[in-house]
Design a protein around this ligand. Structure first.
Ligand SMILES: NC(=O)c1ccc[n+]([C@@H]2O[C@H](COP(=O)([O-])OP(=O)(O)OC[C@H]3O[C@@H](n4cnc5c(N)ncnc54)[C@H](OP(=O)(O)O)[C@@H]3O)[C@@H](O)[C@H]2O)c1
Length: 501
């Protein structure tokens, strides 16, 4: 319309008829107004009351949308935050000036980006997530790489789903440490540590974790290292959470196991290790639940090694023992050195962990193990040399398979607790029993307790593989980070209340 009268009079007339002006631009004696379509009739009446005949054009504009934000902030602050959020999201308000009231700001954006604009404003203004810093140790390993891939794939969906801003600030290999307080890109974590990490050792790593920053921090130990496991007491005592698929710490002495639990309780630092037994199966959580409700564990029969069960499956379908082991290692089913799986040590540790979680204060020496591979071969420290030498036991395993099959039985690597003795050994069992029906790579735990009797509690499913383990580690990490963030928030509230008092 021609601006033959003042913009103020026009504004007054529109306000008198409760017509909201979303945006207005004046130039060359003309005023352009952006009004909600629902107010068009009132606006025309307002203009008529002012006797402005020169309305040159009015049109329904479907190319633009209005996005309004209501807040307790001052209009100036709110406007600055809205502009910053839209700019950061690569969006800009289409028309200026924006409409502001004492408690709201409305901006006009191209209709095509209205959903993106609402999401960007929501994320920036309404959903500031508590930040939790994560340090990954063993960043080049299979589980760590699968975890980084998951974090990268879930990307922007994670904060929404988990209610957290999880950032990897540190990544360590045996020789290198890469650190960035702003956060490292999960997708390229392993390559970035290799390329840009600074030389570091265990002491340097510990110092960096302990003495950098004050945010809640979680260490994810993706190694199979005793040395790294030995750091947990110091980390937990300092309030730093630990998440790990590494069994080493919990398989040390009973006193060490208890100390870790007590340190975690005392400092409030989360300690989560659900993937140390059964990868994604809730075996430890079930054992813990039994203990907490006072349900006595009477016995367990379990297959707890996805790698050994895959190997036994293969040899019972005709594959030589040495080839079956090499295949399981290539698929990432075995420990870094397959001798650890075949020695039975890995399963002995897992059985020990389940029994401890169920409340039995046992030492490793209480678990008797009959290894799949013994003698000198078991002491070969080089994984490649070990695999090459395994052909020496192919005939022995072929004979055991034939003997079992002749009786209609199958070989299973069983971890057992009968209420008195804990043992780990290959057993020949009737085909069709629950433990022989497992598919390659599956785990099973059959638990008889005071309440689960005569029908046992049975947990079964895939129990190995880097991807599955990483998914379990991510679950532990999210839960640990939520705990840590909640505690940090409570600490801040207490400190604020103490300052105010
Ligand atoms: N893979 C599975 O299916 C599975 C299932 C359940 C549990 N787990 C457990 O998950 C953990 C990782 O398994 P993985 O299969 O990923 O093993 P991996 O591929 O061998 O990775 C382990 C990584 O740890 C690194 N490492 C060893 N000592 C270290 C130290 N002192 N400081 C920093 N880094 C160190 C190694 O670095 P280098 O390359 O420099 O030696 C290696 O990259 C193990 O504890 C395993 O028992 C694995």
């Amino acid at each position: 319309m021609r601006a033959s009268m003042s913009a103020e009079a026009l504004a007054d007339a529109l306000r008198a008829r409760a017509v909201p002006v979303l945006s207005s631009v004046a130039s060359d004696g003309a005023i352009a107004l952006l009004l909600p379509a629902s107010s068009a009739a009132c606006a025309r009446l307002a203009l008529a009351s002012l006797a402005i005949p020169q309305v040159l054009q009015h049109s329904r504009d479907l190319r633009h949308a209005v996005v309004a934000v209501v807040s307790n902030s001052s209009p100036d602050t709110l406007l600055a935050r809205v502009s910053a959020a839209l700019t950061a999201a690569g969006l800009r308000a289409a028309l200026a000036p924006v409409a502001t009231t004492a408690r709201s700001v409305a901006v006009v954006v191209p209709a095509a980006v209205r959903v993106a604009a609402v999401q960007a404003l929501h994320a920036a203004l309404a959903q500031a997530k508590p930040r939790v810093d994560v340090v990954v140790i063993g960043a080049r390993g299979r589980v760590a790489r699968a975890l980084a891939q998951l974090l990268s794939d879930r990307g922007s969906r994670l904060p929404h789903a988990a209610g957290l801003d999880l950032r990897i600030v540190g990544a360590a290999t045996r020789e290198k440490l890469l650190w960035s307080d702003a956060g490292l890109a999960p997708a390229t974590l392993a390559a970035d540590v290799e390329r840009s990490g600074a030389p570091s050792d265990r002491a340097g790593l510990l110092a960096r974790i302990l003495h950098t920053g004050a945010r809640p921090r979680i260490v994810v130990d993706c190694t199979a290292s005793e040395d790294i496991a030995a750091l947990y007491p110091e980390l937990l005592a300092a309030g730093i959470g630990v998440v790990t698929p590494n069994k080493r710490a919990n398989a040390r002495s009973w006193a060490f196991w208890r100390r870790l639990q007590e340190l975690s309780r005392a400092s409030g630092a989360p300690y989560r290790y659900s993937t140390t037994v059964g990868a994604g199966l809730p075996v430890l959580a079930s054992a813990r639940a039994l203990r907490r409700r006072g349900d006595r564990l009477r016995s367990i029969e379990a297959v707890l090694s996805g790698s050994v069960s895959a190997i036994l499956h293969a040899i019972q379908s005709g594959v030589p023992f040495s080839a079956a082991v090499a295949d399981a290692q290539a698929k990432g089913f075995t420990e870094p050195h397959p001798a650890e799986d075949l020695s039975g040590e890995d399963v002995a540790r897992k059985l020990l962990l389940v029994l401890r979680e169920a409340g039995l204060p046992l030492e490793r020496s209480a678990v008797q193990v009959d290894p799949l591979v013994g003698g000198e071969l078991a002491h070969e420290t080089d994984p490649a040399g070990f695999l090459a030498a395994l052909t020496a036991v192919d005939a022995h395993w072929h004979a055991r398979v034939i003997t079992a099959q002749t009786k209609g039985e199958a070989l299973v690597f069983v971890a057992r607790y009968d209420g008195v003795r804990a043992t780990v050994a290959v057993e020949s069992r009737p085909a069709g029993d629950a433990l022989t029906r497992l598919r390659a790579g599956e785990n099973i735990a059959v638990l008889h307790t005071d309440h689960h009797d005569p029908l046992p509690l049975t947990l079964a499913g895939p129990g190995a593989g880097a991807e599955l383990t990483a998914a379990g580690v991510l679950t532990d990490l999210i839960e640990a980070a939520r705990d840590a963030a909640t505690r940090a928030r409570a600490r801040r509230r207490r400190a604020k209340a103490a300052r105010a008092a």
